[in-house]
Design a protein around this ligand. Sequence first.
Ligand code: MG
Length: 172
Amino acid sequence: MLPQKLAAAINRQIHQELQSAYHYLAMAAHFQNEGLDGFARWMELQHGEEMQHAMRLFRYVHRRGGQVHLSGLEAPQIRQGKPMVVFQQALETEKANTAAIHELYAIANEVKDYATVSHLKWFLDEQVEEEDSIEQILAHFRIAGDDASALLLLNRQLGERQPEEETEEEEE
Ligand code: MG
């Protein structure tokens, strides 16, 4: 059974992941409206990743005999401007996700729930990957500057992103 304090914290994290997914979905819509289908596809896949994160925690709470409580999501506010501005916002989203995972990890340690500590290690590693991949994209945006053909090439490259194989944990 999950300690009450930890169950509440995991529920907050599920909300955080779903809210992030919703942000990425809005970013995908934004890029579709701009005619940048490659950036839109990248954001759509990122939405899928955040949904997977939420579902990992959702299933984990149930495996531990806890209850999931869903709360309302906020309407995403997407910054207007150059495509790079939206990717900068994506990096801020990931940094907030990382901070939230760290906070959850601290609570799991505090209540000595070592199964949750172990479960969260995957998320710690995942956040390193998430931040690194967006930092790399931002570096490419900086190189491209205002060069339209470089930006269109980047749009095409990001559009080639493939969904990651889901390395799902044991179901039961
Ligand atoms: Mg996440």
